[in-house]
Design a binder for this molecule. Sequence first.
Ligand SMILES: [Zn+2]
Length: 321
Amino acid sequence: MSLAQISATAVLCQLLEQEKPEINGHSLLAGEVGHAGRDLLRERLLVMGPSLSYVTCPECGIELARVVRELAHENILLYCDECGEASSPRALRETYKVNLSKFIDYLMLGLGIMASAKKEVNLNLAWRMGVTEPSRGKPLTWYFARHLHDHKVAHRLVETIRQDLAHKSARIITSSELPLPAGSPLIGFDVVHLGAIARISQSKFEFFRDRVGVPVSAMADEALHTNTLRFVRTEGKAIVDGVEYFLEPRQKNILLALIDSLHHEMENAQLRSACGSQADTFSPRKVFDRNTQVYNRFIKYQSGDGVYALQISEEDHDWLI
Ligand SMILES: [Zn+2]
């Protein structure tokens, strides 16, 4: 495990807890956090924000100095009322901000949840990421939220979880320091700090399996099921009337998209993008040409609403609501 990766995650959490998740280029790339800053840039978790017109004067460290103009060699000329002219590296006026959307995408990739399941539940502060089932019959509904020390943000998240009927299965990842303050509406919920369960890897977060719950191989349990989608994610198969059907990648993607979406309903275009099809006339039924039993049992087109709805079997009620 690389120390640099851990500290990139730690720096990211600090940024996420700021009012605006921004940092100037000098603080980001110089000093202690420099290598972490470069990791975050390389992973495109930080994007360039607007350049500052005023920066804290590097000479006195107190006054605001005006940026006068660019100089050669990545330097800039500053003017401070106390110190007069000074030059400094250009990085001092550059700002970087966390790309929140990409950040959530990377978390979801690490959890193995389809990007289409993402739902922002509180602007720039909280997201519902989707459902996984690391051990059979024990689904986890994943949320990410920042600023959870603000009771209003926490309260809003609790309301969302109740609306999602996920109060038993919710697991909340946060960048906020734990434990949460006394009186938090989230006391009693499963809240974990991002740095404790994952680290930034290449274009995703890598979760420490022992702390998330390893997907349980359900071999011995399969005989107990007649109609279920619970093995789609882990083993790529569905069971219809006691018979196993192994899914083609596109079939699996369609089912996972429906499983992960909030109401288990999707439009044709959404399913098309979920399985990466470029076809002009996309037909989910056609994708299941070689597994029509699975389609007929689990997917139903509702012409009134123009959506494809998941048909949840009774034995999947414990994890798919
Ligand atoms: Zn000064």
